[in-house]
Write a protein that binds this ligand. Structure first.
Ligand code: MG
Length: 157
């Protein structure tokens, strides 16, 4: 078995929606990012890459590369899933926590789990998506941005 963790943060900026776990959610702000700024997927990718000791998402998809401008982060996740299979591993489970005051994540958690499971070619029962506020403390509490934390367990296939 291999274990990995990943963390991602993005600032809110001008816009009318955010993308989290591959779900477009209407919001008073957008996300400042080179790609679509999907914190849940970025944290999950880093957790998988971490478990495989294959670096981080910035090394695989450099922000300096114009190819990834506005990219759908699900492309990154499917790439990480392929690397996982190449290394002979399958997802045991993933647990993702999203931190923000708004938008509300819970109503979209099932759709996020379905997206992530599809990209990882596994049952949605292996993927948990949770959300919390930070009680108005810190950058997430002030509504300046959104954060996500992910932990994965990979099993030798
Ligand atoms: Mg990111």
């Amino acid at each position: 078995m291999r274990i990995g963790n990943g963390i991602d943060v993005h600032a809110f900026g001008p816009g009318d929606h955010v993308v989290v776990g591959g779900v477009r959610i209407a919001h008073s702000h957008g996300i400042v990012a080179h790609s679509d700024g999907d914190v849940a997927i970025h944290a999950l990718c880093d957790a998988i890459l971490g478990a495989l000791a294959l670096g981080d998402i910035g090394q695989h998809f450099p922000p300096s590369d114009a190819r990834w401008c506005g990219a759908d982060s699900r492309v990154f996740l499917r790439h990480c899933a392929a690397l996982m299979r190449e290394q002979g591993y399958a997802l045991g489970n993933a647990d993702i926590s999203i931190v923000c005051e708004a938008p509300k994540i819970a109503p979209h958690a099932a759709a996020m789990r379905a997206n992530l499971a599809a990209d990882l070619a596994c049952d949605a029962g292996r993927i948990s998506v949770k959300a919390t506020t930070s009680e108005k403390l810190g950058f997430t509490g002030r509504g300046e941005g959104i954060a996500a934390y992910a932990v994965v367990l990979l099993d030798k296939a």
